[in-house]
Each structure stands twice: as C-alpha cells, then as structure tokens.
Write a protein that binds this ligand. Structure first.
Ligand code: NAP
Length: 280
C-alpha cells in the first residue's frame, strides 16, 4: 500500500511560520494585505475566495476582495498594484469571455504577483531570476516534494499538463532542481509508456481518475494536482488512487494534498512580499 503525502500537515507547518512572520510585521505597524479581484459570479470561484479570506484571517493577513466589471479589471489591478499598503494582488478565474489570464495578469506588479499570473513572472522563473513568485499550485508541488525529502537531482520527473498556471511552472521548478523533466499534454503519443518511466509523476490534467494502474511503476512518487468535482459534492484527482495504490511508493490524496499547501503558500507569498516591501 502506498504512503499518503499529507498536504494538511505540510500546510499547517507553513501557516505556523506565516503566523509568526505576520506577528513580527504587525509589531512594526505593517498589516500584510492580499487584494483579490473577483470579476465573476461563478459560485465555486466565490467559494474559493471566501475560503482564502478565512485562511488569511486565521494567520493575521488582511484580505480585500474587489468585484470589478470586465472592462474595469485592468484598471483595478493597476490601482491595487500601485497601492502601498497592498502587498499581494491576485485575479480570480474564471475570467469574463474574451479575456485571458496573461492579459489581465500583466496588470499585476511582479513584486505583488503572489500567484504568478503576470507572464513576466513566468519568464523570470524560466530565466532563473531569484525572488520570483511562481504560481502557488506549481510551488506547492515542489513544497511537498521538499517536505517529504524526495530527491530530485538527476531523477526523471514527468509532468502531465502544460498550462501556464500548473504544468509549465511545475516543470520549470523541477528543472531548476536538476530533475530531468518530460512535459506531456493531450497530443503526447503513448502517454502510459512515458509516465511509467517517471520517478516523480505530477498529474495536472483536469480529468477525473484518468491515470490508472497502467500509467505508473513501482517506486513512483505521485503528486496529484487534479481537483475534479464529483456528483456528490466531493473532489477526485486526476489519478485513480485506488488503482495505483499497490504500485506507487507515495501519493498525495485529493482532497488534502496539493490544495491546502497551495493556499498556505499563497499566504506565505503575501508575507514575503510585505517583508520585501518593508526593507525596500
Ligand atoms: P488546464 O489549463 O485545462 O490544462 C490541462 C492540461 O492537461 C493541458 O495542458 C492539456 O493538454 C492536458 N491534457 C488534457 N487532456 C489530456 C489527456 N487526455 N492526456 C494528456 N494531457 C491532457 O488545467 P489546469 O488549470 O492546469 O489544471 C489542471 C488540474 O489541476 C485541474 O483538475 C484543476 O482543477 C487542478 N488545479 C488544482 C489546484 C489546486 O490548488 N489543487 C490549482 C489549480 C488547478 P493540451 O495543452 O494539449 O490541451
């Protein structure tokens, strides 16, 4: 039976660190502040933003939510980026039709781009520029691997998915750790043959339980980024956890794996941005 990589435990340790650093900033008269633009009435987006507000509140981070109209998103992000006492800025998806995250993300100052939405942040990540914020979900993949002391250098990491928010930045972060990285997508030929060669398998596809027993090998460490809603209101990953349980060495559960670490890292990025602003 494979080992479960407990995202909740890793997230709790991050939150404890964030709380201590927030207290230190607050003692200096600085309240770390995250501003979220929420340009949608989508119920799951609203739920996620409420959950972020609650999580921020618990660690002493102020969280402001704006609801700009489609035509006001860019101006809203420009204004928040230019507001001195806002340290982190995010734009929640889904976006109104016709807009891309790259377009709106370009209006978030990279110093405040705590979820790595500005294409410039992705470019800086690719170029190895220090102190760049990666998208929190991609960073969560690496955080879990580090917390579990999974060796990366020289090992074969296979990332399934090439989105700019998860797959690509996760691949760049793994490459920076000297893993040998293969990035797969919907046109990859014989995907199971590729993923069976993985020491570390990162699934970021968005297809419930797509990766079954034939996609894994003994000893593989699986990070399942997928969060696919089920009919009964639950969540399942992109990996069929039951089918691979007897083969892989370890796997992140869904829920309770990448998700809580992502939220904790977003909050840590806000504190990091506030600390940097304080010393500038
Ligand atoms: P996305 O933008 O839809 O990208 C999906 C990727 O999967 C694309 O690159 C696509 O390939 C690839 N793909 C689709 N079908 C495939 C197939 N049959 N075989 C191989 N590759 C295939 O999704 P995303 O935003 O990256 O999100 C991926 C998953 O992560 C979703 O379940 C999402 O809910 C979850 N997620 C979780 C968190 C968290 O905090 N836990 C945060 C963000 C996202 P093409 O490029 O060729 O189309």
């Amino acid at each position: 039976m494979s080992r479960l990589l407990d995202g909740k435990k890793i997230a709790a340790a991050i939150r404890a660190d964030v709380t201590a650093r927030t207290e230190s900033l607050t003692a200096q008269g600085i309240t770390p502040t995250l501003a979220i633009a929420l340009p949608t009435d989508d119920e799951s987006a609203a739920w996620y933003v409420r959950s972020l507000q609650r999580a921020a509140d618990k660690v002493g981070i102020r969280c402001l939510v704006e609801k700009p109209a489609a035509t006001e998103i860019a101006a809203s992000l420009d204004t928040l980026s230019g507001t001195a006492d806002v340290h982190g800025v995010m734009c929640q998806t889904p976006l109104p039709p016709g807009l891309t995250l790259a377009e709106v993300g370009a209006h978030i100052d990279v110093a405040k781009d705590v979820d790595g939405a500005n294409p410039e942040s992705l470019g800086r990540l690719a170029a190895g520029v220090a102190d760049t914020f990666a998208p929190a979900t991609a960073a969560a993949v690496l955080e879990i691997l580090h917390a579990e002391q999974v060796p990366l250098s020289g090992r074969h990491a296979v990332v399934v998915g090439r989105s700019t928010v998860v797959g690509k930045p996760a691949a760049l972060l793994l490459l920076a750790e000297n893993a040998t990285v293969t990035v797969c997508h919907s046109r990859t030929a014989d995907l199971p043959a590729v993923t069976r060669g993985a020491d570390i398998l990162v699934a970021a596809v968005g297809r419930p339980k797509m990766l079954g027993a034939e996609y894994v090998s003994p000893g593989t460490i699986v990070i399942d980024v997928g969060t696919n809603p089920t009919e009964d209101g639950g969540l399942v990953g992109d990996v069929d956890a039951d089918a691979v349980a007897d083969t892989v060495e370890a796997i992140t559960p869904v829920p309770g794996g990448v998700g809580p670490v992502t939220t904790a890292l977003l909050l840590r990025n806000v504190v990091v941005a506030a600390e940097r602003a304080a010393t500038r």
